[in-house]
Structures are given as C-alpha cells and as structure tokens.
Ligand binder design. Structure first.
Ligand code: ADP
Ligand code: MN
Ligand code: MN
Ligand code: MN
Length: 338
C-alpha cells in the first residue's frame, strides 16, 4: 500500500469523477527511470475518516505507463473481470482479516521486552477482555469507527487467540465491494496505527512456530448456493476446489513459504498440502456451517488464505474455479501474477 495526497477545487464523490493520476514507478521498483510515469486509475471513493468531510479517500489500481497493461501487482483487474462475468450469479463474500500489532521494535505489542513471551494462556485471549489477555483495543476501536464513518461494509471485530492479534470482518458484500473495502480497511488500519506508533503486520506466522498463525478466511456464496437445493452445488464446488487445491495455494498468500508455516495442521489449520472439508470443522480447508444440511443451502468458508493474501486474487480464483469449473491443468488463471 502507498498513498499520496492531492488538493482539488471540487470533491470527486465517485470514481468516475475522480481524475486519473500517475506516480514515479521507478521509485517503487515498478518501472525504469527513463520511462517511470505509472498510471493510477480511481476505482472507489469513500469519505476520509482522518480529515473528515469534504475530504475523500480514492482507491486506485495501477497500470503501466505508456500502455493500458495492468501492473504486475494489479490483481484487481483479474478479479473485476470475473465479477463482471458472473454478475448474474450474485457472488457474496465475507472476509475475516486477522492481523498482529507490533511495537516499533518489531516485537508483539504488550509482549515482554527483550524477546519474552506472554505469560497468559491463549484460551483467554480469544475474544478476551482485560489488559492481561489483550493489547491494543484502542487501535481496533479507532479503526472500526473510521471504517464505519467511511461507509465500508464493516461487520465487526474480535481479539484473536494470540496476544496482540486481532480480526475485523468485511461483509457480507456483493462482488467487488468485498475486496475493495478490505483493501481500504487495510489502509485505514495501517494509517490509524501510525498515530499510535504501532506497526501492523499481516504476516501469516509472525511470532514463530510455537504461536498461532494469522489468516484471512474467505466466506463465499452465490445465488445458487443460497437457494433451495444449494447444498448440492456447494458440494460440487468443493470437488472443483479440491481438484485445484495447489493452484489456489500458490496464490493464497504473499509468500507460499510463510503460509506453509501457518498451515501446519496445528492451531486450527489444515495441512498446506492436503485439501479437506467438513461441517463445523475448524481443522478443515473448507468449513461449512453446522446446520447447512438441514437447511439445504448456505455458504462455504475457505480457511486457507494467509493474512497477507490479496483478496482480489482469492475472490477471483474462487469465482473462476467454482463457477468456471477450471481444470487443475488450466494455466489461464491469474494473468497478473508473475
Ligand atoms: P468465524 O470466526 O466463526 O469463522 P465470523 O463471524 O468472523 O465467523 O465470519 C463469518 C463471515 O461469514 C462474515 O464475514 C459474514 O459476512 C460471512 N457470511 C455470512 N453469510 C454469508 C453468505 N451467505 N455468503 C458469504 N459470506 C457470508
Ligand atoms: Mn472470525
Ligand atoms: Mn479468526
Ligand atoms: Mn472464520
């Protein structure tokens, strides 16, 4: 994430009204110095919770200068095309972003200085209350207020199992609004934490193998899954996801190796290499709600994505695999990733 500020003589209340812009792509390692202008194309506008009205935040995606080619990191382009293609299926997403607060020394917020570990038992930290069990609630609260002010589909928060680890949820959102709001809410979180001198990391295993990992569960449904008889279609989708398991795993985090550390089979995770699914099973790759069989319809929870995944990639791949029936040998997925 990066940001810069622009003073205009009018307020662009929509992405269409916001002007295109550019930045120095050679300073970000995305272009050569002799051809550095890299394009910013506004895609979403929301109220700026820091400066407040009439100021706005403008989310942009990035295109190479001199062409209309999406930049290598621009996975939004890929996801948007799939959301358009499957618009009639009415995809809904609910994203659970976990994250860890670090002090400026890089160690967990509220963790003993000099590399020590919290003395408390972790079962009291999940949804915990009390300074002994949790750290950084003021930041989580300020973030929630900012996201609501900005009009994001912000659903809730909870303290996580690991001390100084938290979660917020974006959803239940239609199509692109989920990953767009997730990226905006990540920006707002990192920006809020700046004011507290706290660093936010989405690293999937920030404190080593003895401590819990950090993920971003993707809850997903389509009109067909939510309609009577949808359970059968959900089972079909699960089979497709199983056939494409490793293809998804390669794109479910910023770095395959660190998500592999997280998906160890411990701390409520399924092993990285092995696809599984189950009802009410938090040790499965895909979890379904307890009452899904009785209801005959519902949604699925993909528990595999790392905390630092790109939700544009994950949402796009869920649509592509479940609705397109892509085969495991297909290589047309994700044209934007190296
Ligand atoms: P847990 O921590 O138990 O996995 P959460 O309450 O944190 O559950 O997250 C559940 C998520 O499921 C929410 O983000 C919500 O938006 C999402 N969700 C609920 N119903 C649907 C649905 N029909 N389609 C897609 N997502 C859904
Ligand atoms: Mn959750
Ligand atoms: Mn969680
Ligand atoms: Mn979950």
């Amino acid at each position: 994430m990066r940001c810069k500020d622009r003073i205009l003589t009018c307020v662009p209340y929509s992405a269409e009204a916001a002007p295109d812009w550019a930045f120095d792509g050679s300073s970000t390692g995305m272009a050569s110095t002799d051809n550095s202008d890299t394009k910013l194309k506004p895609v979403c506008v929301c109220k700026d919770p820091f400066r407040m009205e009439p100021h706005v935040l403008v989310l942009c995606d990035v295109y190479e200068g001199g062409s209309n080619k999406p930049a290598k990191t621009n996975n939004r382009h890929f996801c948007n095309a799939l959301c358009e293609k499957y618009r009639d299926e009415e995809p809904w997403f609910g994203l659970e972003q976990e994250y860890t607060m670090l002090d400026v020394d890089g160690w967990g917020l509220g963790w003993p200085k000099g590399g020590g570990f919290p003395a408390v038992k972790y079962q009291f930290s999940y949804c915990g209350v009390g300074a002994k069990y949790i750290a950084g609630r003021d930041i989580s609260e300020a973030h929630a207020r900012c996201c609501l002010y900005s009009g994001l589909d912000f659903e809730g928060t909870n303290a996580e199992v690991m001390h100084a680890c938290w979660e917020w949820q974006i959803g239940t959102s239609v199509g692109m609004k989920a990953p767009d709001d997730l990226w905006l809410s990540r920006f707002i979180m990192t920006r809020v934490a700046e004011d507290y001198g706290v660093d936010i990391t989405y690293h999937p295993k920030p404190m080593g193998m003895l401590h819990p990992g950090v993920g971003m569960h993707h809850n997903f449904s389509t009109k067909r899954m939510r309609s009577d008889g949808g359970y059968q279609f959900i089972e079909e989708c699960i089979k497709r996801l199983e056939a494409n398991h490793m293809k998804h795993m390669k794109n479910y985090g910023n770095d395959e190796a660190t998500n592999r550390m997280r998906l160890s089979g411990k701390f409520e995770t399924a092993p990285f290499e092995k696809f599984s699914w189950g009802i009410a099973n938090r040790k499965a790759s895909i979890r379904l709600q307890r009452n899904i069989k009785e209801k005959g319809k519902g949604f699925m929870e993909d528990r595999r994505p790392a905390g630092d995944c790109d939700p544009y990639l994950v949402c796009g791949m869920l649509l592509e695999t479940c609705l397109g029936g892509a085969s495991s040998s297909s290589s047309k997925s994700n044209p934007c990733k190296k």
